[in-house]
Design a protein around this ligand. Structure first.
Ligand SMILES: Nc1ncnc2c1ncn2[C@@H]1O[C@H](COP(=O)(O)OP(=O)(O)OP(=O)(O)O)[C@@H](O)[C@H]1O
Ligand SMILES: [Mg+2]
Length: 211
């Protein structure tokens, strides 16, 4: 058996930081608070989140992650919203949830009010230990459902920052309601390696079918 980095696992890939990420990091360090990361599927939300966590930890700043991507959680099983507080590299290497809530589906459109409520609860738990909280979200952004989910989270969680990972104007219908919020635009390059992405997409599809 050959053991090595899983090619289909995004966490095993090298992250190429976007130029805007450093400014974003400095903003987070300066202002602290909760940051909601939104963007369409495969726009690079989770990659950005991983990068920010690594950089914050390297600056000895503790950070909490709320993983609200019920389709494909990085902290726990599919169909869950999870949280974890991270202080050092050891926590990053053991990337498993500290608290988990099971929503019973991987389809966010079916459980929008429950997602918003659970996400808020997880953020409140994180506030007990961390000054910086990152909330990674699903790629459900389009139409009325996407807007209901994201604007609902903005309203209930009241994040200090909304990080918009976008290519064009696909988030406008959500950001219109974020007036007065600190919206940080992060250009999305999304997928960089087609072969790996195909494997990764297949893996995602397989997971969705199973649950
Ligand atoms: N800056 C980057 N450097 C390297 N790879 C990247 C970068 N940004 C995105 N990618 C790649 O693009 C793909 C999608 O990224 P990622 O999983 O972060 O997107 P996502 O928005 O979290 O997707 P989903 O909505 O499915 O959770 C992954 O294969 C990831 O490795
Ligand atoms: Mg993701």
């Amino acid at each position: 058996m050959i053991v090595g980095p899983d090619k289909a696992d995004p966490s095993s890939r090298e992250i190429v930081p976007e130029p805007e990420w450093e400014f974003l990091l400095q903003e987070l360090i300066r202002k602290r608070g909760t940051a909601l990361i939104i963007g369409e599927t495969d726009s690079g939300k989770s990659t950005l989140v991983q990068h920010l966590i690594k950089r914050l930890i390297s600056e000895s700043i503790s950070v909490s992650l709320v993983d609200a991507d019920i389709g494909q959680s990085s902290l726990g099983p599919p169909g869950t919203i999870c949280m974890k507080s991270l202080r050092d590299e050891k926590d990053f290497n053991a990337f498993r949830f500290e608290k988990m809530s099971f929503l019973g589906t991987t389809n966010p459109a079916l459980v929008i009010p429950m997602m918003i409520e659970t996400c808020k609860k997880m953020v409140d738990i994180c506030k007990e230990t961390s000054e910086i909280i990152l909330v990674d979200t699903t790629g459900l952004i389009s139409g009325n459902l996407g807007r209901a989910l994201k604007t609902g989270k903005i309203k209930v969680i009241e994040p200090e920052h909304v990080i918009a990972v976008r290519r064009n104007n696909e988030l406008d219908h959500i950001l219109d309601s974020a007036v007065g919020l600190n919206v940080q635009d992060q250009g999305s390059k999304g997928s960089k390696d087609k072969e790996q992405d195909n494997a990764y997409s297949l893996q995602k599809e397989e997971t969705r079918r199973l649950f």
